[in-house]
Design a protein around this ligand. Structure first.
Ligand code: 4NP
Length: 156
């Protein structure tokens, strides 16, 4: 079984959205039992909280249910447990590099590296912006998650 962890700053907007989108893709493809999916934040400010209501509303409009997700912070064990740790932006990626234990071969990437058609590297933080930010987040994440699925299907 492969395991994928999506990571952003607060784990209430972008990474839970990615978790919900990728779960739906895996369900569609009959791969729910084959690929483990989770999300976490580099920060702990929102620990235990459900996703931001704006993220939930935008996701729900496209058929994704984020309501059972609760925010948690990245922990050392994640760097061992997950085959893919996918950061939403370069600040998240740098934070993950700093958190990765010395003796672990951490498999860190930007999520958008998995979308060959992406015109940007980063999923922008929507927290302080308007509702259109959450649509941008969904558009970017949907594209990258299909690319991620294609990569996971390649034997390695
Ligand atoms: P996220 O968005 O990293 O996509 O979950 C944010 C959520 C909360 C904060 C910043 C970004 N915050 O500063 O509390």
């Amino acid at each position: 079984m492969s395991a994928v962890l999506f990571v952003c700053l607060g784990n209430i907007c972008r990474s839970p959205t990615a978790e919900g989108v990728f779960r739906a893709i895996l369900e569609r493809e009959g791969l729910k039992q084959t690929i483990h999916v989770d999300s976490a934040g580099t920060g702990a400010w929102h620990r235990g909280e459900p996703p931001d209501s704006r993220a939930q509303a935008a996701a729900s409009t496209r058929g994704y249910d984020l309501s059972d997700i609760r925010s948690r912070q990245v922990v050392d064990a994640d760097f061992v447990s997950f085959d893919y740790i996918l950061a939403m932006d370069t600040a998240n990626l740098e934070e993950l590099r700093a958190l990765c234990p010395d003796n672990v071969d951490c498999r860190l990437s930007l999520l958008l590296d998995f979308d060959p058609g992406a015109t940007t590297d980063e999923v922008p933080d929507p927290f302080y912006g308007g509702d259109d930010g959450f649509e941008t987040v969904l558009n970017l994440i949907e594209g990258a998650c299909e690319g991620l699925l294609a990569r996971l299907r390649v034997p390695h």
